[in-house]
Design a protein. Structure first.
Length: 345
């Protein structure tokens, strides 16, 4: 026969031993009700936890891609705005010169050249989110060098004097023939806007455009370099205009205005092409985001199927644990009133 010993202390401690467990169950149930997710996913899923982790990693990657696509779309939108402004300016200059008599065009070109160059360099040095838009992959630096306009003007004037023996505003310029001016503009001066002179005087942009990964297996070009032909043509047209060759003969002036207008027309066409290229990239980003949203929705659904808690079941567990805890507290209070000493004579 076995004798069991029961004391007041053991009776008093029995309900207390369960209270910690019940409080933990209530805390877990409360968290699951609030988050809709198992408190301990690893414990709840067991062997399926690896699938849950893989899905969450994929979801995080999609979120990162969407964020990156947002920045790329911002850069593309800002670039499109600049390209549209440059094209509008080139078209306006061309239309303005077309409406003037031939003998008035060179003077009008010279009068607006300074503002044109300032606008061109300012727009090409635009940035978005702290990154230069037209520097290619060299996004930390403005594409157009400081002092580029002044250096280019000096180089053009120096080249003119070297070719003819006097500066552009010299009275002797009137003796120059149309073929001489044509040869200078299309040869000596044009070379200043080709490599390597362009990189030395004007640009510190990279020829390599920025590419962005827009989906799990797709990349697109998301920038334009200031080294593009259209930008060189705009700069060249402005420098030709800024030479101020109003002292030339009528035939020679016609060569100058035709050269500038031809460059403006070609630049405008090039800018339209660049806008179309960026527009295709914008469209691909939009399509990629649509696919990413669909993938994200599927992944979220699968994660929910693994990790989501039935709120009704969680509420039931919370209520049951709360009821048991209240009963435990009540029993503890009753036991505290008991003492074996009351029954000892």
């Amino acid at each position: 026969m076995t004798t069991s010993y029961i004391s007041s202390l053991s009776l008093w401690n029995a309900p207390r031993s369960a209270s910690a467990r019940l409080q933990a169950e209530m805390a877990n149930a409360t968290q699951e009700i609030a988050t809709g997710r198992y408190t301990d996913v690893g414990l709840a899923l067991g062997g399926q936890v690896s699938r849950s982790l893989s899905l969450r990693q994929s979801a995080a990657e999609i979120t990162a891609l969407k964020d990156s696509n947002g920045l790329a779309a911002l850069r593309l939108g800002a670039s499109q705005t600049v390209l549209q402004q440059l094209q509008k300016s080139a078209d306006a200059q061309f239309a303005s010169l077309t409406g003037l008599p031939a003998d008035k065009r060179v003077a009008a070109m010279a009068a607006s050249a300074g503002d044109t160059l300032a606008s061109l360099t300012g727009l090409l040095n635009s940035s978005a989110s702290g990154q230069a838009l037209f520097s290619g992959i060299n996004t930390s630096a403005n594409p157009i060098r400081d002092g580029a306009v002044a250096d280019a003007k000096t180089a053009a004037t120096t080249a003119f004097q070297a070719a003819f023996g006097f500066p552009p505003d010299d009275a002797r310029a009137a003796t120059l023939t149309a073929p001489q001016i044509k040869s200078f503009l299309e040869g000596t001066l044009a070379a200043q806007f080709a490599d390597p002179s362009w990189g030395t005087t004007w640009s510190q942009a990279s020829d390599t455009a920025v590419t962005s990964r827009i989906s799990l297996g797709e990349t697109v070009t998301t920038s334009v370099s200031a080294n593009g032909t259209a930008f060189r043509q705009l700069a060249q047209a402005a420098i030709v205009s800024g030479l101020g060759l109003t002292g030339l003969s009528a035939d020679a002036q016609a060569v100058v205005s035709d050269r500038a207008m031809g460059l403006l027309s070609q630049a405008s066409a090039g800018l339209v092409s660049l806008q179309a290229d960026l527009g295709r990239s914008q469209s691909r980003i939009t399509d990629a985001n649509t696919r990413l949203d669909a993938q994200s929705a599927r992944i979220k659904t699968e994660i929910a199927g693994l990790e989501e808690v039935d709120p009704t079941e969680a509420q039931t567990r919370f209520t049951a644990a709360k009821t048991q805890l209240q009963m435990s507290y009540s029993l503890t209070a009753q036991i505290q009133e008991l003492s074996l000493l009351k029954y000892v004579a």
